[in-house]
Design a protein around this ligand. Structure first.
Ligand code: AMP
Length: 220
């Protein structure tokens, strides 16, 4: 099972991907994280893209395409990837389909986290004080939101036409969003999931029942 999760910057893609990865034994592939790592490590690529990212623009399709190929071609990741932040435009959506089919894979679910600009601004400013990301200022937040909205429309259409799109209210609480997403993943045909239940105390989440999801054809 491969999943794409998209939503404006600050929608909670990273938070939700982290939870799903643990629950469903998937691998998170965040292009934003990979790009930030390049900048932090001051690689050639990092030097080239830092201004682009800090201004809230998108890096080139080829650059991100090259980064994700490594994971799609890796057997350890096969049918176990949640794409966080990719695809961001129609060219990338088509590229992802093509790459996956080369490795005998596909997307099984496209999750769209819907969040308004006002909520995004609030969240990004909160995150700035915690994570100190260069691109987390109000002005850049608005720019990134607009860039996202502009480019993502055809991507939404792309997955809608393939009947893979599910829209999730990204303004609900973390645990509510997680429950909704878990239910959607549980519902994917061909996957068997044990019943899972969590309890929440503040931010702390603990498991009541065990969970395990597997491909119905898997021998594990
Ligand atoms: P994110 O962590 O997903 O919010 O991404 C942070 C920044 O990395 C974005 O604002 C873009 O500059 C860049 N980026 C991440 N993913 C992509 C992508 N798929 N295509 C182009 N640029 C991206």
């Amino acid at each position: 099972m491969n999943i794409v999760i998209f939503g404006p910057p600050g929608a909670g893609k990273g938070t939700q991907s982290n939870l799903i990865v643990k629950q469903f034994k998937l691998h998170q592939l965040s292009t934003g994280e990979l790009l930030r790592k390049e900048i932090k490590n001051k690689t050639e690529l990092g030097k080239k893209i830092s201004t682009i990212i800090n201004l809230g623009n998108l890096v080139s399709d080829d650059t991100v395409g090259n980064l994700i190929v490594k994971y799609i071609s890796d057997k350890a990741y096969k049918n176990r990837i949640i794409f966080d932040g990719y695809p961001r435009n129609l060219i990338q959506a088509r590229n992802l389909d093509k790459l996956l089919s080369q490795y005998d894979q596909k997307i099984d679910l496209a999750l769209k986290l819907s969040v308004s600009l006002n909520v995004i601004k609030k969240r990004i400013l909160e995150r700035k004080s915690l994570e100190k990301r260069e691109d987390d200022s109000e002005e850049i937040a608005i720019k990134r939101f607009e860039t996202y909205e502009d480019k993502i429309r055809p991507v939404i259409e792309f997955y809608k036409q393939r009947d893979l799109l599910k829209v999730v209210n990204g303004e609900a609480t973390i645990s509510e969003i997680n429950s909704e997403i878990s239910g959607l993943i549980d519902g994917i045909k061909g996957w068997l999931c044990d019943i899972r239940q969590y309890k929440y105390a503040g931010n702390k989440k603990s498991l009541i029942y065990g969970s395990y999801c597997r491909d119905q054809y898997s021998t594990k």
